[in-house]
Design a protein around this ligand. Sequence first.
Ligand SMILES: NC(=O)c1ccc[n+]([C@@H]2O[C@H](COP(=O)([O-])OP(=O)(O)OC[C@H]3O[C@@H](n4cnc5c(N)ncnc54)[C@H](OP(=O)(O)O)[C@@H]3O)[C@@H](O)[C@H]2O)c1
Length: 335
Amino acid sequence: MNATIYRKLIAKQLNENFKSAVEIVEVSIPKPGVNQLLIQNKFAGVNGGFDTLICRGDVPYVNLIPPFDLGVEAVGEIVAMGENVKDFQIGDAVITTARGGGYREYQVVDANLAVKVRQATPELLTLMPTGVSALVALEQVGEMKSNEVVLVTAAAGGTGHIAVQLAKLAGNHVVGTCSSEAKANLLRELGCDRIINYRTENLNQALKQEYPNGINLIFDCVGKQVFDTCIDNLAIRGRLVVVGFISEYARDVEQITQPRIYHQLFWKAASVRGFLMPHYQEHIPEARDRLLNLFYTGKLKVAVDPTQFQGLESIPSAVQYLLSGQNSGKVVVQF
Ligand SMILES: NC(=O)c1ccc[n+]([C@@H]2O[C@H](COP(=O)([O-])OP(=O)(O)OC[C@H]3O[C@@H](n4cnc5c(N)ncnc54)[C@H](OP(=O)(O)O)[C@@H]3O)[C@@H](O)[C@H]2O)c1
């Protein structure tokens, strides 16, 4: 390996706007220590919501003070290894999920945090941690069953398109929301039973008319009015999993004056449950292995958004693209 310097994207200051918070810096490529791998990142997954919130200082469980590293998941190749590393070789393709490990050209990680994969392809970034989040949220938090009605919002997105398929594989009737015909086509290919394009149909009316008994399990990524509509359409003993609230990430929060939601929950014995992947760490290995198996055996289709983002410079545009709601599938950046 000849290179000695690499580049990474850091948050230099907290700012409402991701682009204004970040800068690219050059640093020396570190040597891997005992039990460590040096990985050359080939692709990183873009998590526009988390990236924006962390650069605003709005992720309470981390509370980072700038400067700090950005990005999470990456797929790449091992270019050097420290002493004592077993089960890996130089040239192996690996996927990593470490806060600060994504938006950089190289990273050093403990070998036990890298997962060997067949090839360093962007498709794998739909699985970890995105797909893992979908699986754990549905099963552990949503107590997913079979023969129920499951609603997934932002269904054609990185997280949503995996959630749709997992809910189908579990034997449910799946309703997915999206904002365009192209996304509806993707959802059709994935086997979504009822696709609601919320720009051409009224979500509340469609749910009320077609699902008068309500929705048993809701995987909500969107928040705001969509969350209110979801609560209003829960079935008796329905569960709503708060996976995210992307409609709030790009703008300020709104003031709301309406009855507290316990009125709606109480009379249906329904529940709202928050989900945050870092609080469900113990479920990650099993979920990851199941997803890899489903993917490699062709039972799970994965969608990577076709828009090309090349290099660290493109990451603010990729974040903006995701938050503008245009993407279909997982947004990735290539190094
Ligand atoms: N809790 C966790 O641990 C965890 C882990 C991973 C992801 N998440 C959450 O999962 C959600 C999806 O994340 P992702 O990274 O996979 O993104 P994504 O779904 O690939 O992209 C976001 C999608 O949200 C939809 N959307 C709906 N209303 C929107 C609005 N008002 N503004 C912007 N977008 C809107 C857009 O599609 P349509 O408009 O077509 O629906 C857009 O394509 C986010 O809320 C994220 O925070 C949470």
